[in-house]
Write a protein that binds this ligand. Structure first.
Ligand code: HMG
Length: 389
């Protein structure tokens, strides 16, 4: 039985900054950001959106009544959690009107969380073929103003339903994983910005990619020629290119060109949004599905997931009959094109307006946020989520 991604949806809020503006404000050559980092725009997340509302807004795009009847597992992968006890999944279950008989919980391992959820959901659906799972990766990437990581910020969520006989991509039964206790990127409890050893994190990412892809191909008796494309976790899009370049010397010139072409299709959306942490890999998959003209049903796609700290995983998927979805593509492009561009000063004001993580009573104005789900503030230590028509 095939099990995999049946639907996939994405949400990012209505503001962005231009990377040329950011480079100018930081006295950097714009080509460092545009080419060296591979980003053209970056999502700016207003205080009225958090990991829960981003996730609910992404999931709302794909959930219909049939999903509501079948989903009995909700997995929320995030490293931007809003509570040390209560999971984001429970809020999402309520906001979306999902069944009270569903298991709902949150998992964390940096950017790897959504992949962990996807793999658990796949195994679950194999055991319960009539059921479906909702897996969401939702995050806000924050490093701080004027830090080296600033150009790699971003935010948003990707939601996926996992089902038998999926419309989009059937997942391989197993994968190759590699994990090691290292300090390349972390966020101690109470801090709103990540700490990172940037260049070290790049090296570890490449190492884990090499380990997992070679292990996977060896154990499945596959070669690079069997992979139509490889999608990467994209903390910034040049990182995926650095990963891909690791294996290019092992393939023919013709295959190099084809893998590079598919990679370009896979980074179109991320270039405009930045890092979504848990959702980034799946935004890259979405971008490939929407923007490659060369894919066909039955093609095998390599998928590399990486979460600092660190966990890597490589698996493959086979494209299914309805992997292309023009309506989904139109919706995403409309969402990205209709965002309002902020000046660097305006972005800094938004960045600094994030209420303290320990503030226990405040109200946010939601007038400017037209998303379906918004965060209205905190009342007596309780977060207030609202649904707008
Ligand atoms: P930096 O030191 O500012 O940049 O930090 P740099 O000097 O290394 O330059 C970056 C690239 O731009 C280099 O290319 C330069 O040559 C090039 P590379 O050697 O990498 O191929 N460059 C130019 N290119 C064209 N024209 C120019 C020009 N000037 C320079 N004029 C760094 C960059 C990524 C380290 C920093 O932004 C950072 O710390 N980011 C955050 C960490 C990160 O994203 N790490 C990625 C791997 S870890 C990961 O993916 C997990 C993560 O998502 C978290 C999680 O798991 O939860 C982060």
């Amino acid at each position: 039985m095939k099990v995999g991604i049946d639907k996939i949806g994405f949400y990012t809020p209505g503001y962005y900054i231009d990377m040329v503006d950011l480079a100018n404000a930081r006295n950097e050559d714009p080509n460092k950001y545009l080419i060296g980092i591979g980003q053209t725009q970056q999502a700016v997340i207003p205080p009225t959106q958090d990991s829960v509302t981003l996730a609910a807004n992404a999931a709302a795009q794909i959930i219909d009544q049939e999903n509501k009847d079948k989903i009995d597992l909700i997995i929320f992968g995030s490293e931007s959690g809003i509570d040390n006890s209560k999971s984001g999944a429970i809020y999402i279950q309520n906001l979306l009107g999902l069944s009270a008989h569903a298991r709902a919980f949150e998992i964390k391992q940096a950017c790897y969380g959504a992949t962990a959820g996807l793999q658990m959901a796949k195994d679950y659906v194999h055991l319960h073929p009539g059921k479906q799972a909702l897996v969401i990766g939702s995050d806000i990437a924050r490093y701080g103003i004027k830090t080296a990581g600033e150009v790699t910020q971003g935010g948003g969520a990707v939601a996926m339903t996992i089902a038998s006989n999926p419309d989009v991509m059937a997942l391989s039964d197993d994968s190759s994983v590699y994990s090691q206790d290292i300090m390349d990127f972390w966020r101690p409890v109470g801090k709103t910005e990540a700490l990172v050893d940037g260049h070290y994190s790049n090296d570890i990412y490449e190492k884990f990619f090499n380990e997992t892809i070679h292990d996977y191909l060896k154990h499945h008796d596959l070669s690079f020629d069997d992979l139509k494309a490889i999608v990467f976790h994209l903390p910034y899009t040049k990182m995926g290119l650095k990963g891909l370049r690791q294996i290019l010397p092992e393939v023919t010139v013709e295959k190099q060109k084809s893998l590079l072409d598919e990679f370009e299709a896979s980074r179109i959306y991320s270039k405009r949004v930045g890092n979504l942490y848990t959702g980034s890999l799946y935004l890259s998959l979405l971008s490939l599905l929407d923007n490659s003209s060369d894919l066909k049903v039955g093609d095998q796609i390599g998928v590399f997931s990486y979460g600092s700290g660190a966990q890597g995983e490589f698996y493959t998927g086979i494209l299914q009959d309805h992997f292309r979805n023009p309506k989904r593509k139109t919706l995403i492009n409309k969402m990205l094109d209709s965002r309002e561009k902020l000046s660097i000063k305006e972005y800094e004001t938004v960045f600094n307006s994030l209420p303290s993580i320990t503030a226990n009573d405040y109200e946010l104005s939601i007038d400017d946020d037209h998303a379906q789900f918004v965060f209205g503030g905190v009342k007596s230590n309780k977060r207030q989520y609202l649904k707008q028509e």
